[in-house]
Design a protein around this ligand. Structure first.
Ligand SMILES: [Zn+2]
Length: 412
């Protein structure tokens, strides 16, 4: 089972590889470069978006931090209130205990007084009489009588005192309960605010999570685009290597065929020196009758043209020649821009581009070796062109527009 699976994977992989191989051949270097450009553009967009998400996230995180601080403050206030409530509860409990004791005392004292009063009453006249009789004098009687009533009065005073204490304790207890209720309602209010803040915080937290997720996705997109660019670069390199190999092989073949003669043309080195005219050995890309540059490196209005145009009247349909031996790296048929165009790689590190070729006139294919003077297409008016002409460029790198150099320094 496993073996079959491996085999299947192998077949699929082979399929992918061969598809890629033909893909590299089928796709032009220009297309690869424009793919890369598109990738870069998209990457910049995604990066911009990612930055935006990061900014929002940073802001939200700051808000969450603020909320956390606020919630912490509320929590410590609530904790303080809880401590106060606990203290109040303790005091209430104490007061309750005191109150119970005072009630007991009161009851006891009441009983004592009652007993005494009853005794006093029950004794009634007899007691009164007894006291009176046993008194040796009126003053003695009076003092004795008063002694008893004073005792009763003392009892009563004590009872009243206890009652007063009891009432005071009750009031204190009530006050405590009131303040406890106030504390509790303050605590509840704060708890409610804290809860609200907590739910806002939770929302923001989950928002941060979502943003992170989005960020991750964007980062993945960037990674994929970068990976794609790396593979595009590899393909470009592969194409260039293929073209170079082909060029070298063909050149070797030529040299061995023609012995040691001629050779000449390939003195390497860029044409920066203007005194050394035509160091690359290029010929004109059009028949000599039309080898007249009608628009040079700059347009008449001063804008950069970056090429040499051959647009002498009657040039339409004339052959376009390869200016030197080389390998065709691009053949393209566009309806805009260059129209039908060809890029050839030469073994001195230079590339030449021929644009606006007549529809259907491209006579070479990519990766084909061409000889100097070989017809590659016909002069036309395709793409962004007004009147038949050949737009001819020299580049130091194939796909890169910015690597154009003035063809005048390379032409005869
Ligand atoms: Zn032009």
């Amino acid at each position: 089972m496993k073996k079959i699976g491996m085999k299947l994977i192998g077949i699929v992989l082979m399929g992918i590889i061969s598809f890629h191989a033909t893909g590299v051949l089928a796709i032009t270097e220009n297309e690869l470069n424009s793919q890369k450009q598109q990738n870069n553009q998209k990457m910049n967009e995604v990066k911009e978006k990612e930055k935006e998400v990061q900014n929002i996230k940073d802001e939200t995180v700051r808000e969450v931090e603020k909320l956390t601080t606020q919630i912490g403050e509320y929590q410590s206030q609530i904790n303080g209130l809880n401590t106060q409530i606990e203290e109040a509860n303790q005091k209430i409990a104490d007061a309750t205990e005191k109150l119970t004791k005072a009630q007991e005392d009161y009851k006891k004292q009441e009983e004592i007084l009652n007993e005494r009063m009853v005794a006093l009453y029950e004794a009634g006249e007899t007691s009164y009489l007894d006291v009176l009789l046993s008194s040796q004098s009126v003053t003695d009687f009076i003092s004795s009588y008063y002694l008893i009533s004073e005792v009763a009065e003392c009892d009563l005073a004590l009872l009243e005192k206890i009652d007063k204490q009891k009432q005071e304790i009750e009031k204190a207890k009530n006050d405590l309960e009131n303040s406890k209720n106030e504390l509790t309602s303050a605590k509840n209010e704060k708890q409610k605010v804290a809860n609200d803040l907590q739910s806002v915080k939770q929302e923001k937290d989950s928002y941060v999570g979502k943003l992170s997720e989005e960020q991750k996705k964007l980062q993945q997109q960037i990674d994929e685009l970068q990976k794609d660019n790396v593979s595009i670069d590899q393909k470009i390199k592969q194409k260039q290597a293929e073209a170079k190999k082909k060029l070298e092989e063909e050149q070797k073949k030529q040299n061995s065929q023609s012995g040691n003669s001629g050779g000449s043309s390939n003195t390497s080195g860029g044409g920066s020196s203007s005194t050394q005219k035509n160091p690359s050995g290029f010929i004109y890309p059009v028949p000599s009758a039309y080898a007249k540059i009608t628009t040079g490196w700059y347009y008449s209005d001063g804008r950069l043209h970056g090429a040499s145009d051959f647009g002498t009247g009657g040039i339409a349909g004339q052959p376009v020649y390869a200016v030197a031996d080389g390998v065709v790296v691009t053949t393209e048929r566009l309806t805009t821009s260059y129209g039908n165009y060809i890029i050839i790689m030469h073994n001195n590190g230079l590339y030449t581009l021929y644009a606006h070729g007549q529809a259907g006139s491209i006579a070479v294919s990519e990766n084909q070796y061409v000889k100097q003077g070989q017809q590659i297409m016909r002069v036309g008016n395709t793409g962004n062109s007004f009147g038949a002409h050949l737009h001819f460029e020299v580049r130091t790198s194939p796909g890169l527009y910015q690597n154009r150099v003035n063809p005048v320094n390379y032409l005869p």
